[in-house]
Design a protein around this ligand. Sequence first.
Ligand code: NAP
Length: 289
Amino acid sequence: MKAGMIGLGAMGIGMAKNIAKAGYLTGVYNRTTAKAQNLAEELDLIAFDQPEELAAIVDVVLICVSADQDVLAMIEAIALTIKPGTIVVDMSTVSSDTAKQAAAMLAEKQAAFLDAPVSGGVEGAKNGTLAMMVGGYANVLEQARPILEAMTGRIMHMGPTGSGQAAKAVNQIMAAGINQAVTEALAFAQAQDLPMDKVIEVISGGAAGNWFLQHRGPTMTRGTFAPGFKLALHHKDLLICQSMAKQTGASTTLIDMTIADYERLMAENYGEEDISALYRLKTEIRIEN
Ligand code: NAP
C-alpha cells in the first residue's frame, strides 16, 4: 500500500515520519513547499508540487491541514486525479458536516473517505501514540488500519461518516474544561506563594492529575507558551463545538467561556501560542517571549 501525506504542520510532520518508518510513505505535499522538500530529502521521498500529483499515484491519501475550508480545498484538488478505490483519511479537526461533504465529493470518484481526527498533541504525533476517532465504513478502516497504526496508540471506530469528528468535538470541549481548571488552579497556587514545581508533581500523582497539568504545567508557570496546540486552532474547534451543541440544545457554558477568553488573548496577538497561554489571563501576566 502506497500512502501520501498532505499537510506537514506541527502534527503532520510527526505523523509523516512514523508512516515513513513503517515503510508506507511514498511522498508528501505541503502548501509551503520548503517543508515538503526538506522532509522528502531527509526521508528519501517524493516532494509533490501539487496535491493532485500526489493523489494520482497513491492508494491512501492522508490529510492533516488546519480548518474546514482547507480540507475542502484539498479534497477538491485531489478529486481531479484520484483513482477509484483510493482511501482518503482526514486527520484534521473539522466539523462533521465538512466530513460528510468531503465523503460525498470523493464518492463521485469512487474513492472512500474516513474522518479520523486525533488527540494526543504534537508529542503523540511524534511518538506515534495518538488516539484516533474514526467515522466511515468499518471495512474501509480495516483496509487503512496498518498505515493508521503506525501513527497511533489507539484507534476507535465511532460509526458513520462524521462521527469521528463528533467524538473529537467531545475531546475539545473536555480539553477546554481541563485548560480552565489547570490554569485557574495553578494561578491560585502561585497567589498562595506555593512552590510551583512541587504543586505540579504532587497533584499529578493524585485524583486531579492529568496530561495537561503534567506536560504544560511546568512551562506555563515559567511563562513559556510555545505550541503544542495553538490557541487559535482550539478556538476554531470550539466554534465548531458551539455550533454542533446548539443544533441539539446541549449545554455550552464551558465552550462559550473559553471562546470568549481565547478571543481576548487573540486580540492581544497570543493566538499562535499554546492553549496554556490561558494562564496569562488567570494571572494577568503578559510576558513577551
Ligand atoms: P499547523 O502546525 O498550523 O499546520 C497546519 C498545516 O496545514 C500546515 O502544513 C499548513 O501548510 C497546512 N494548511 C493550512 N491551510 C492550508 C490550505 N488552505 N491548503 C493547504 N495546506 C494548508 O497545525 P497543526 O497543529 O499541525 O494542526 C493540524 C490539524 O490537526 C488541525 O485541524 C488541528 O486542529 C488538528 N490537531 C492539532 C493538534 C495539536 O496539538 N497541534 C492536536 C490534535 C489535532 P503551511 O505549512 O503552508 O502553512
